[in-house]
Design a binder for this molecule. Structure first.
Ligand code: TMP
Ligand code: ASP
Length: 322
């Protein structure tokens, strides 16, 4: 098999059986600080592969599309070939790591709600935090892709947090990477293992790569413990997360909007006089029974054209973040 790409803890090969797939091999490397600290831990690749396969399969069962096609052996999986997006997505429930360093927040502080952050995937710049506006402005992702990544990440957070709750662990934070297929479908890619998540028990003990980052223990013991706990994790018992999409339909610029005019006059009568114009549109609140996928978004675009809006007089956009 021909090597396509070598990362810090994985190798990606061409899959000779299909041009649409690749083979990903989890190797025994562990690094921290952008490779400043580096070790080879025998057996670590298998543990990361096992954990990733379990979490990706669990998420797939809940309708989240991932790149995993098939586990081939202890350390290798066949995955769909994707172009990895240059933006990494981190979700945090509890303050730890770079969040504490950046904002001076005490480690362990429970955040008011899950927080999604974006990082530029560039080792030479040390993967800096990037605002969603900058990521869109620089053409790394589109505005709707950023909304999609955020919504999917919050779904993943729901399902993984609930799985860990079943075994009395708490999901502190995690990092996801997404990839785009040649057809433009965005899939959850890369890995979900002790390398890319933080999980604590109720005493605040870590079962993740922080043990290695902070020289506090053998991650293989922690990862093996997580694999044992997987026997007690049951994704079917996790309730489906409520997913809501808003489709906003507005009159096109320059098109007369009588309801807006009526509202403007009524507001003027109430003393709200400094109004130049009021435009009245409509909002469709669509509740889904499964996580948002690229296919759902495509379907919505079609529905918009056929049903929800009149393309001659109205413009519309989809919001995933309300
Ligand atoms: P951070 O607190 O260092 O920003 O890390 C947030 C989460 O992302 C944590 O679960 C570890 C994970 N992570 C990676 O998977 N790869 C990385 O390169 C870094 C820096 C963090
Ligand atoms: N993944 C990064 C590295 O390997 C940093 C980290 O996970 O702490 O250097």
């Amino acid at each position: 098999m021909k090597l396509l790409h070598e990362g810090k803890a994985k190798r990606v090969y061409i899959d000779d059986s299909s041009p649409d797939n690749v083979v990903i091999e989890f190797i025994d490397n562990v690094t921290a600080g952008d490779g400043a600290k580096h070790d080879v831990l025998e057996g670590k690749g298998k543990l990361a592969c096992d954990l990733t396969a379990f979490f990706l399969k669990s998420l797939q069962k809940k309708g989240i599309e991932t790149h995993l096609v098939k586990v081939l052996d202890d350390t290798r999986m066949r995955c769909k070939k994707v172009e990895i997006l240059p933006v990494e997505v981190v979700c945090r429930n509890i303050a730890a790591g770079s969040f504490c360093r950046r904002y001076g927040i005490e480690k362990g502080t429970v955040l008011a709600e899950p927080l999604v952050e974006f990082f530029l995937k560039d080792d030479s710049l040390h993967d800096p935090l990037i605002t969603s506006d900058a990521a869109v402005n620089l053409g790394l992702v589109t505005h709707s892709e950023i909304q999609f990544l955020r919504a999917l990440t919050l779904s993943v957070n729901h399902y993984l947090s609930e799985l860990f709750k079943q075994v009395n662990l708490v999901l502190v934070d995690f990092k996801l990477e997404f990839g785009k297929t040649t057809e433009g479908v965005i899939l959850l890619a890369d890995e979900i293992s002790g390398d890319t998540i933080r999980v604590w028990d109720e005493k605040g003990e870590s079962f993740d790569k922080d043990l290695y980052r902070d020289d506090e223990g053998d991650i293989r013991v922690a990862y093996s413990h997580l694999i044992e706990l997987q026997q007690q994790m049951d994704i079917d018992a996790v309730p489906v997360r409520e997913e809501v999409i808003h489709v906003i339909v507005q009159p096109k610029d320059g098109i007369k909007n009588p309801p807006g005019e009526v509202t403007r006059k009524a507001l003027s009568r109430l003393g709200f006089t400094n109004l130049r114009d009021v435009r009245v549109g409509k909002v469709f609140e669509i509740h889904l029974s499964k996580p948002i996928t690229s296919a759902v978004l495509d379907q919505l675009t079609l529905m918009n054209m056929k049903l929800l809006s009149n393309p001659v007089a109205e413009k519309h956009h989809v919001r995933l973040d309300l």
